[in-house]
Design a protein around this ligand. Structure first.
Ligand code: S3P
Length: 418
């Protein structure tokens, strides 16, 4: 693999740019916005809630924010599609706005846990109803002003943390959240960038009462979660040298770099800069042999979405790789532990399922064949990289699902690998 590419915009940051831009007063110009389906879900929900958005191109948008008061009751049901970030962050906002909203999602999202957001929001005074006492979508939210709140999250989750901070912002009350390990801090960073007072102490973050946001331009960094597929592919395909330009390297997101480097990958961070409060770098990756490693504890939230492709890297490493403390993988777009074990075994890999992770024996002879994606974008891209690295043809049951986060994945992969 040879050449250089720019990655599409970061999915987490694209969602936040829309949501916070809609809650701000004034104009927010967003560039390098991710034109994936998940972010389109957020965009369409905000439009239904009355936000004014102009699309100059699929990656350049302008939001004309009028503060939280500029949003109004949506005429129909808000459809979050496949996007957990849309559902959970929006839930925090809607719970605090003075009107009723109905929210739903696709079949996968309707099975993902919402109780983790609904319960703490109820402690703030929110009125939310839905199946099994509000544990799942579809949800009915009777919005209204909420009380200030201090909460210790049972799991590291940026979506839950963000939902609560946004509920505090919209209600103008103080919210204080503590996590067992630090999850991605894009919400905190963007709140501060748009003028809110947000304080962090260790794993604890607090938004002060009475904060208002002011629109500002936001250039979205390239998505490190998308870059990860190319970091692994270029490491594994002999003779490769690839430059990935403008990738977000926020330390709460960039755990995949440290783990790959620990495994022996040759990845160099070049020309660092800052965009909209987020660190960005060019990443040069050259092929290198890998060795197995152990990934666990506080490192997990910094690479949770990259575990499928790290599992693929581990297939080609010398020795064993152990991943634990990652039970959250079971409630992603699909149960990614189960899905990885099933599909990698079909390829001839030696993989063992743990309740909270995987044990992967490197160096097995792999074969191609038909593989299932479970409609999960990251499963699809990881399996494609596995096939490429093994030099075997892999036929995915659903290639379209990559549109959720990386619409041009196959095109870029082909461009570099010719
Ligand atoms: C995200 C947070 C993570 C991550 C997801 C995006 C976000 O989920 O897996 O893809 O944008 O806040 P959790 O908050 O459930 O850990």
């Amino acid at each position: 693999m040879r050449g250089e590419i720019s990655l599409p915009g970061d999915k987490s940051i694209s969602h936040r740019a829309l949501l916070l831009g809609a809650l701000a007063r004034g104009t927010t110009d967003i560039s390098n916005f991710l034109p994936g389906q998940d972010c389109r879900s957020t965009l369409e929900c905000l439009r239904a809630l009355g936000a004014r958005v102009e699309e100059k191109s699929p990656t350049e948008l302008t939001l004309f924010g009028a503060g939280p008061g500029g949003l109004r009751e949506a005429p129909g049901v808000l459809d979050c599609g496949n996007s957990g970030t849309t559902a959970r962050l929006l839930l925090g906002i809607l719970a605090a706005l003075p009107f009723a909203s109905r929210m739903t999602g696709d079949e996968s999202l309707r099975q993902r846990p919402m109780g983790r957001v609904v319960e703490p929001l109820r402690s703030m005074g929110a009125d939310i109803r839905g199946p099994e006492g509000g544990k799942f979508l579809p949800l009915l939210v009777e919005g209204g002003k909420l009380r200030g709140f201090s909460y210790r999250l049972p799991m590291a989750s940026a979506q839950v943390k963000s939902a609560l901070l946004l509920a505090g912002l919209v209600s103008g009350v103080e919210v204080d959240v503590e996590e067992p390990a630090l999850s991605r801090d894009h919400t905190e960073k963007m709140l501060a960038y748009l003028g809110a007072r947000v304080e962090r102490r260790g794993n604890r973050v607090r938004i002060a009462p009475g904060q208002a946001l002011k629109g500002r331009p936001i250039r979205v960094p390239g998505d490190i979660s998308s870059a990860a597929f190319f970091l692994v592919a270029a490491t594994l395909v002999p003779g490769s040298e690839v430059l990935l330009k403008g990738v977000g390297v926020n330390p709460t997101r960039a755990g995949v770099l440290a783990v790959l480097q620990r495994m022996g990958a040759r990845i160099t961070c070049l020309s660092r800069e800052e965009e909209a409060g987020e660190p960005v770098a060019d990443l040069l990756v050259q092929a290198a042999p890998l060795q197995g490693t152990e990934v666990k504890g506080g490192e997990i939230p910094t690479l949770i979405d990259e575990i499928p492709v790290l599992a693929v890297a581990a297939l080609f490493a010398r020795g064993t790789t152990i991943i634990r403390d990652a039970a959250e993988l079971r409630v992603k777009e699909t149960d990614r532990i189960r899905a990885l074990v099933t599909e990698l075994e079909k390829m001839g890999a030696a993989v063992k399922e743990l309740p909270d992770g995987l044990v992967i024996q490197g160096g097995q002879q792999l074969r191609g064949g038909r593989l299932a994606t479970y409609g999960d974008h990251r499963m699809a891209m990881s399996l494609q990289v596995a096939g490429l690295a093994a030099g075997r043809e892999v036929v995915l049951d659903d290639r379209e699902c990559v549109r959720v986060s990386f619409p041009n994945f196959f095109t870029l992969l082909q461009e570099l690998h010719s």
